[in-house]
Design a protein. Structure first.
Length: 351
């Protein structure tokens, strides 16, 4: 039977970039309009490597929101080769830091300070396992001879197994899963391994990015993959598996940085993400499983309560703006810009 509305607890975004400065001032309210909480990425310049920096960044985010907005930024630390175990202990005790992010050095935007060798992070990883702080992984292996489209597979085959062997109690989230292998792993039987899925990886293959000319606003890392990978991702995300959940990886860049000779990686999806996810789940015949994916599985993995507020997604056509203001003369272009969505977020449900 066709659904025209879907009522669910207000979702959380378990992978979000809010940037800083004028761009953050512009995009933070857009994220808060859709989501109750968000795991906020730490790859600023300089990166958020300490609990003190995380607390200061959190204050800036909250100050950027309209008065009365109920949105909770869940902070993360940026793992480096030199992160001390004592900093992990401070983060775990802070009540505001909920995870630690692994960027392999050189893998994506602002990852130059990332990890060069996980062997250098042994003490920090052991402290994370001890204190229950999850490791959030940008799962790509960077190196000579590794094809851009094979970076995730190389990481999952070569880097992840020894990491899990050395730290069996460590909770891990494979973020923005983009391959069939990643989908298979996160829907396996390891209770400490979870995965987030973006709207672009569920809806589009590399043809959307490349066919008929490069479309920069669909360029992200990990890059969109083959259609067989997309199909596997959609099957995993809509399977009802308890350790797969919503993570947009919404990553805004000014339009001038996207439409340039060296296009910045990242898709901006916060304002349209819920409609895009609803389209993906509807196409898979699994709308009834969107609530678990968007509202329940993430809180369960992170040990947080499900949000009390309820929202309504309605099957109503919604035009997507060509761009949003991003401070000064800058604009930021969303996914599906200038097109339409089949689902829109309506006012909160009563009761």
């Amino acid at each position: 039977m066709n659904r025209t509305t879907l009522t669910l607890p207000r979702p959380d975004d378990w992978h979000l970039h809010l940037r800083d400065g004028a761009l953050m001032q512009a995009v933070a309210p857009l994220a808060a309009a859709s989501f109750a909480r968000a795991i906020v990425m730490p790859n600023l310049q300089p990166p958020i490597t300490t609990t003190e920096r995380a607390a200061a960044y959190r204050r800036r985010i909250l100050a950027a929101l309209p008065a009365g907005t109920a949105f909770e930024p869940l902070m993360t630390l940026y793992l480096t080769d030199n992160t001390p175990a004592a900093e992990i202990e401070r983060a775990a005790a802070s009540g505001i830091v909920h995870a630690v992010k692994l960027y392999p050095a050189g893998a994506t935007t602002h990852s130059d300070d990332g990890v060069t060798d996980l062997a250098r992070c042994t003490e920090a990883l052991a402290a994370m396992a001890e204190h229950g702080l999850p490791l959030l992984i940008h799962g790509e292996r960077i190196g000579a001879g590794i094809d851009l489209f094979d970076r995730e597979r190389a990481f999952l085959e070569e880097t992840l197994p020894p990491l899990r062997d050395r730290h069996p109690r460590l909770k891990i989230v494979l973020e923005h899963v983009s391959t069939a292998l990643g989908a298979e792993l996160v829907t396996g039987d390891d209770p400490r391994l979870a995965g987030t899925f973006t709207p672009q990886h569920l809806l589009y293959s590399r043809d959307r990015l490349l066919a008929g000319g490069l479309k920069p606003h669909y360029y992200c890392m990990p890059i969109l993959k083959r259609e067989a990978d997309r199909e596997a991702l959609l099957e995993a995300a809509t399977s009802g598996h308890p350790r797969v959940f919503l993570g947009t990886d919404s990553a805004p860049h000014p339009r001038r940085a996207k439409e340039s000779a060296c296009c910045s990686a990242g898709c901006f999806s916060s304002p349209v993400a819920l409609g895009l996810y609803a389209e993906a789940f509807e196409a898979a015949g699994a709308l009834e499983r969107l609530e678990a994916f968007a509202s329940r599985n993430g809180p369960a993995f992170y040990g947080l309560p499900v949000n009390d507020e309820r929202v309504v997604l309605a099957r109503e056509e919604a035009a997507v703006p060509e761009a949003y203001p991003a401070g000064g003369e800058d604009t930021v272009v969303p996914l599906r810009a200038g097109e339409s969505l089949a689902w829109r977020l309506r006012a909160e449900a009563s009761g």
